[in-house]
Design a binder for this molecule. Structure first.
Ligand SMILES: [Zn+2]
Length: 144
């Protein structure tokens, strides 16, 4: 079941990234396991010699979330499948909606949770709305 979800979400990541104009080279990495995700995050931060604020990047913090999107120390989306497996009422569509939610954070970094944010998710999710391609800056990453 977990395997199915990860395969589906990887496919949806490509589909929705294209739909909302994320460049192929800037599609975020997708993580499903909190241990793997925080390890990767810490490695990425260490490489850049940035001091980690433990309270900000604590594993317990991420373990409590359903999802997370970041573009400061790499480009990544974390979908907490363990959290979903705790709740049998959640279906594939909810995971897909969560992925779109995180992708909206990534593609529209200035959009905060609110009416416009949730409308954008619905337009993408339910109506297949497309958005133009755009470069998404990733601070703390050297420009190539
Ligand atoms: Zn959010």
């Amino acid at each position: 079941m977990i395997q199915d979800n990860t395969q589906l979400l990887k496919q949806y990541l490509i589909k929705y990234s294209k739909q909302i104009g994320i460049l192929e080279t800037e599609i975020p990495e997708l993580y499903f396991n909190v241990q793997e995700f925080t390890t990767r995050l810490h490695e990425s931060i260490d490489r850049r010699g940035i001091e980690i604020q433990q309270d900000t990047f604590d594993i317990d913090y991420f373990a409590g979330l359903f999802g997370y999107c970041g573009r400061r120390h790499g480009r990544y989306i974390f979908v907490n499948l363990d959290r979903y497996n705790d709740d049998n009422d959640l279906h594939h569509s909810d995971l897909r909606r969560l992925l779109v939610h995180e992708l909206v954070h990534y593609r529209f970094p200035n959009l905060k949770h609110g009416t416009e944010f949730y409308c954008t998710i619905e337009l993408i999710f339910s109506q297949g709305k497309k958005y133009p391609k755009v470069h998404i800056p990733c601070p703390n990453v050297p420009m190539i």
